[in-house]
Design a protein around this ligand. Sequence first.
Ligand code: ZN
Length: 141
Amino acid sequence: MTFDELEAAARAATPGEWRACREGECSCGMIRSIKLDAHIVTVHDEWYDPIPTIKRGERREDDEAVIEKLVYGRNGAKAQRADAKYIAAANPETILDLIAKLRAAQAVVEAAHDPEDGIWRGWSKRLGAALRAYDALGGSK
Ligand SMILES: [Zn+2]
C-alpha cells in the first residue's frame, strides 16, 4: 500500500480520535470514535459462527431457542486487549499525522538533492525551508 492509498483510506474512514473501551482494558473489545461518538469495531478474543439451536425441555413448551457458538479459534484476552489498543491508536487522525510528518521528512531529504544534475547543490536554502516545514509539523519531536 502506498502513502497515497493509506491517506485515501484514512480520509474515507470515520474521522477523529478512536478509543478502545476503558483504554483497551475492558473485555468487551469495543472501539469508538470520540468525535462522532460512534462504534468503529469490536475486537474479539475468539472467532466463531453463531449456531441457532433448540434446547429441548422436558415438555415441548419447555423447549428454548439458544445461540451456541461454533468456535474456530481463540486469540485470548491478552491479545484482544493489545489489538484493541493498537487499532484505536492507529486511527485516521494518527495515520494522517504520520503521513504528513513522513512527507515533510522526505521533503527534507529531497531538498538537499538537485534532481537536475544528481549532485548535492544549493541544498542549504531548500533544506532550511524543508526543515522548518518538518518542525512545524512536530516532526523532530
Ligand atoms: Zn467495554
